[in-house]
Write a protein that binds this ligand. Structure first.
Ligand SMILES: [Zn+2]
Ligand SMILES: [Zn+2]
Length: 333
């Protein structure tokens, strides 16, 4: 009840407008804009915490020709919705706003709906504002007792879980994870929590230590990587070199799962892929149903990835911090 009052009171208070982050021509600013209208079937949400991810930094650099409010990793409180039972609840939300009636939506694959918009990425204002909207069907109520600073990792955890939905890796088969950035650390933690033997390769012991603390074997590479040793390699380097390096680690008939979204073209020598009959699997975002139970899992140590927390009003400083070398997750609150 308290939450409900705080949410509604908050909205009334913001009649004069709300704070929203605005990206344009490489610059990050905050603006005062009207509180968004809630279309039928949508919920009006109040941001509790948002996570800045590499995609947000790429939007800032102007990829996808983006101008507007970014933000797709969030925890929020429901302020207004058709379903009164949701009001006051803490929620996380799926970021793809799908059409619900195309071939892909009818197959339960709304993440591939050709008519979709995407929260904070494609034609739907993002979560880095005091209030924002999402369809009710996108929302998942958080279990009690999950702290906001863990729950804010639901979306990237779901992206890590997507791997296990796409490929079935036999238990006990070792998996190599290449890269020790945010996504690499989440992938190794998720696979490890599912009981796989995971070896993570990266350049930074200070980052790898987070995965090591969860029981992942880690190796600092300094340029040399194992050759043709793994049937399963996850590429999460965020670098154009990643595909070539990951493919060289895979055994003949092995599978390389590509998690890095790289802008621009990656030159690929296809000969090693063909000669070794390597399967390439592109992998993007995943279902929240798989990720939410992991928020409660002892082997998922996401909080250690938080480098800094800023109020929404200091978004420009938060984006600068997130872009610094070696910085993992920066939160907006
Ligand atoms: Zn993201
Ligand atoms: Zn659709």
């Amino acid at each position: 009840m308290l939450n409900l009052l705080s949410g509604r009171a908050a909205k009334a208070h913001y009649h004069g407008g709300m704070l929203a982050v605005h990206l344009e021509n490489g610059a990050v600013a905050t603006r005062t804009v009207p509180v968004p209208e809630r279309p039928p079937g949508f919920a009006l949400l109040r941001l509790m915490a948002g996570g800045i991810c590499n995609t947000d930094l790429e939007l800032q650099r102007g990829y996808y020709g983006f101008t507007g409010t970014p933000g797709h990793e969030f925890v929020a409180e429901v302020v207004e919705t058709d379903d009164g039972a949701l009001v006051g609840k803490r929620v996380v939300g799926e970021i793809n706003l799908n059409c619900t009636h195309c071939e892909w939506c009818l197959r339960g694959m709304g993440r591939h709906c050709p008519n979709r918009t995407v929260l904070g990425i494609v034609q739907h204002p993002g979560a880095f504002s005091e209030f924002f909207t999402l369809p009710e069907r996108n929302l998942h109520v958080l279990p009690e007792g999950i702290p906001v600073e863990r729950a804010v990792f639901t979306e990237p955890l779901a992206a890590a879980c997507e791997i296990l939905e796409q490929v079935s890796i036999p238990p006990h088969e070792p998996i190599a994870v290449l890269g020790d950035g945010k996504l690499g650390l989440l992938v190794s933690q998720v696979l490890n929590a599912h009981g796989y033997k995971v070896v993570q390769f990266g350049r930074h012991m200070d980052k790898l230590r987070i995965a090591e603390g969860c029981g992942v074997c880690v190796e600092v590479t300094n340029g040399s990587l194992p050759a043709a040793e793994y049937d399963w390699v996850v590429e999460a380097t965020g670098s154009p070199e990643g595909l070539r390096l990951a493919a060289a680690m895979a055994r003949p008939r092995g599978t390389v799962i590509l998690k890095s979204t790289i802008h621009g073209r990656v030159p690929v020598d296809t000969a090693p892929l063909i000669v070794n009959e390597i399967t390439l699997v592109g992998s993007r975002c995943g279902r929240f149903e798989q990720a939410i139970p992991l928020l409660d899992h002892a082997l998922i140590q996401v909080e250690e990835m938080i480098a800094a927390r800023f109020p929404l009003s200091q978004a420009p400083a938060a984006f600068r911090k997130a872009a610094e070398r070696g910085v993992l997750k920066v939160l907006l609150e």
